[in-house]
Ligand binder design. Structure first.
Ligand code: GLN
Ligand code: ZN
Length: 783
């Protein structure tokens, strides 16, 4: 560590995980929401976390430490609050927003704590106001609250959060660098709301928006900020001419009125590529590059970097878990040092460490070898400062040697490299990607075998995960429930579930997925090449954190994973049981992925493992198998030019997993949260015999893409929204199905709910499914 470093090279970080090493933020926030913790104590938890995080970064030797990267919910939402951009339906009265304003926007008034005036009868009553939408932050699994814009949106400085946190940090002796979402990214990520002017471009709000940024920057400077960080990750995406112009206009103004604060603009998650000239031309003091995901920028940046700016080098991967390769990083850093000089060089993680688990320190179960390959947020801070020391030639030989040993062990370890897997993938034949016959022929054979009625009914796989089910799984994992008792418990649950489906007349039942805690983790635990952390939580949204599996090595399946349960379920009924698997792209997307081979290779390894399972299910007498790919769309690269390449290997991965079966075996897939329009040809190319999609909340609008494309295979549009406890009446489902029937061939349609029955109670699921089956019989009766 170098607390009293004299190096002209500065180190900094773009942001640090806010959740706490022991998920303190989640616990306190949820307790507050439930009314079990007073606001004052929640605020203290926040303050303590900030102090801990700043001090950790200071102790690690960082020169500039981010402030306002902390949030009780989301940093984009905080930005909306700071700018006074509260959607009118929340009836915010102006003045200052606070933590409750943010919670209300994020959760709606049903879930939140606030009450609003009901204008109609002039009484204070609880009005249900829907929350703002959330969506993925670029290509990460972090979700931000989408800002809403209208033609008449105006902005005004409306929160003290960033100023309060700056004061707090300064008081603690922290060299604080306030962080804000930059104006062009903020406008680009929002959504147009309101009917008076639905086609307007939010970028037209720039002028008024920048005026408020000017005020904010002025005030931060006046309150002692030396540096201010403006995040513009939009620069790592394809920019329109309007966005380019907006960047120029915005930063021209910001650079003129900033008082004494210096501006650092950052971009990350990919290269700036064709946006380089625009980026370099911004009249600011420092520019940050993600040279990990954007390594293609390296040469062009070094060739053209201006002489009047500081270059912030993002070289430690901020959103994956692997240890940095010091030799490789130093090679680049040394070049950069020669080009820009030590006093214009900063070293940093590639992006905010928000996307990284907090610390390896509490990982008791990971073995030493595996641990030696990993770096979470805290370890990444050390990497940043060690790299600086090595660059300054004051780092110890031991530092470098330890790193080299870890990197070398990961490169050659037998635990990572499995020759049989590599050989098998290399030997895959073109015919392995194809079913024997085309869909129409398969459909005929499947009809003969399955003998399903018109409008067959099914579900997406899971059934309610009751307290008892979760407890049994947990007890068994801890060794507190014997294998035999666990087996019996699961079989009883499956039997109840199958009996219920039989009783109400579901044509294609499922076993219920009771043995699965999570649709990716379950498979990860049963596949070689995966490992799991005990505390590697990462914020997904609000108080929802996920603990992604780590894919560290070549993936293979040593034993069947689901056959036992599916076979048992099939033994209980004459109806065709649907086997349930998670697809290779989804397993990849929801894990930390190895960085030593292309994602496509890892995905195809997973696909082969799933293929083995599909073939085994078929051999065990399972006539229909669903391979879920809810994350298929999420995998799309940020740059359009890379979409084709991704879609090509992603579709192939599906084929590889699905095509080992006979024509008679019906392959299903399932997708949700998707817009299908721009990828419909790839979805059709997957050639699943049946696709079920989440549609009920879109009022079947998502079907348009399938209709326009003349989607040739069978399709099950979800007819009820499982996100609500409400039992949908038969009429409502019939209406939805009529809409589908009006535009798609009747003989291609299935009747099913949206996905995720596991999150509901049996008392809600039972009547809903009964109504759904009734809907199907009514449909059959009409023609
Ligand atoms: N088979 C899963 C279920 O029904 C699918 C979940 C999902 O699509 N996210 O819960
Ligand atoms: Zn789904």
């Amino acid at each position: 560590m170098s607390q009293c470093n004299k190096s002209p090279i500065k180190t900094h970080s773009l942001g640090y995980p806010r959740i706490g090493a022991k998920r303190e933020l989640k616990k306190a926030t949820e307790a507050y929401w439930k009314g079990d913790l007073p606001l004052s104590e929640l605020l203290v938890t926040g303050k303590t976390l900030r102090e801990t995080n700043w001090k950790k970064q200071q102790a690690a030797g960082l020169d500039l430490i981010p402030v306002n990267d902390f949030s009780f919910y989301d940093q984009v939402l905080d930005m909306s609050c700071l700018l006074g951009n509260v959607p009118p339906r929340f009836q915010w009265q102006g003045g200052q927003t606070d933590i409750n304003t943010a919670f209300t926007i994020a959760r709606g008034t049903e879930g939140g704590t606030s009450w609003v005036e009901d204008e109609k009868d002039c009484q204070t009553s609880k009005v249900s106001t829907f929350a703002s939408e959330m969506t993925k932050w670029f290509d990460t699994n972090y979700h931000y609250i989408v800002p809403e814009f209208r033609g008449d949106t105006t902005f005004s400085l409306s929160s003290t959060k960033v100023f309060d946190e700056l004061a707090e940090a300064k008081e603690l002796g922290i060299n604080a660098k306030p962080v804000l979402v930059g104006p062009v990214t903020y406008l680009s990520l929002g959504k147009v709301q309101g009917s008076n002017n639905p086609d307007f471009d939010p970028l037209t709000l720039l002028d008024n928006l920048v005026s408020v940024y000017v005020e904010i920057l002025d005030k931060l400077a006046a309150e002692g900020a030396e540096w201010i960080q403006l995040d513009e990750p939009i620069i790592s995406t394809d920019l329109s001419n309007l966005q380019r112009e907006a960047l120029k206009v915005a930063y021209d103004r910001l650079s003129k009125v900033q008082g004494s604060a210096k501006l650092l603009v950052t971009t990350y998650f990919g290269g700036v590529r064709d946006n380089l000239d625009d980026y370099l031309a911004l009249p600011v003091d420092a520019l940050h590059f993600d040279f990990v995901r954007g390594s293609e920028d390296i040469d062009s940046v070094l060739d053209t970097f201006p002489t009047n700016k500081i270059l912030s080098v993002g070289i430690v991967e901020g959103r994956n878990v692997w240890k940095n390769d010091y030799d490789a990083s130093l090679e680049f850093l040394k070049k950069a040092k020669v080009v820009v000089g030590a006093d214009r060089l900063w070293v940093a993680p590639s992006c905010s460490l928000l996307h990284s688990p907090v610390t390896l320190q509490n990982e008791q179960k990971l073995d030493d070898e595996l641990k030696s390959w990993l770096a979470f947020a805290d370890e990444k801070l050390t990497e940043v400062t060690e790299l600086r020391q090595l660059l300054d030639e004051v780092g110890s030989e031991e530092m470098l040697e330890t790193n080299r040993a870890a990197v070398a062990s990961r490169k050659s370890s037998k635990r990572i490299h499995n020759d049989a897997v590599k050989k098998r993938l290399a030997g895959v034949k073109p015919s392995d990607f194809d079913r024997a016959s085309a869909f129409v022929e398969r459909q005929t054979k499947q009809r003969a075998k399955l003998r399903l009625p018109e409008f067959p009914t099914t579900t997406i796989g899971s059934f309610p995960q009751t307290k008892e089910v979760r407890l049994a799984r947990a007890q068994w994992k801890k060794g507190k429930l014997s294998d035999a008792d666990y087996d019996q418990f699961m079989k009883e649950e499956i039997a109840k579930c199958v009996a219920f489906q039989d009783e109400i007349g579901i044509d294609m039942p499922v076993h219920g997925e009771f043995e699965r805690n999570d649709m990716v983790e379950y498979f990860g635990e049963n596949l070689e090449g995966f490992t799991f952390t005990s505390t590697g939580w990462v914020q997904s949204f609000g108080t929802r954190y996920v603990k992604p599996p780590i894919i560290f090595g070549d993936v293979s399946r040593s034993k069947p994973m689901t056959v036992y349960w599916s076979e048992y379920a099939q033994s209980l009924t004459d109806r065709p049981m649907k086997g349930m698997l998670t697809g290779p792209v989804t397993i990849l997307q929801w894990s930390f992925v190895r960085d030593d081979q292309p994602r496509s290779v890892t995905t195809h390894q997973i696909a082969l493992a799933i293929r083995d399972e599909v073939v085994d299910l078929e051999a065990a007498g399972i006539a229909a198998i669903q391979i879920d790919e809810p994350a298929f769309r999420e995998g799309l690269p940020l740059r359009r030019s890379e979409w084709d390449n991704y879609l090509n290997w992603a579709v192939k991965a599906f084929h590889l997993s699905a095509c080992g079966v006979e024509d008679e075996t019906q392959i299903h897939t399932h997708m949700c949260y998707s817009e299908f329009n721009d990828i419909i040809d790839s979805i059709a190319a997957m050639d699943a015999d049946v696709i079920t999609i989440e549609t009920s909340r879109s009022n079947m609008e998502l079907l348009d893409a399938f209709v326009d494309f003349k989607y040739p295979n069978e399709i099950g549009p979800g007819v009820y929204d499982i996100h609500s406890p409400r039992v949908p009446p038969t009429d409502e489902m019939s209406n939805l199905m009529s809409k589908a029937e009006a535009v798609l061939p009747r003989e291609h349609l299935w009747v099913n709910p949206d996905c995720g029955l596991k999150t509901r109670q049996w008392s809600e699921v039972k009547p809903s499914l009964i109504n759904m089956v009734e809907t199907a019989s009514k449909l059959r009766a009409t023609n």
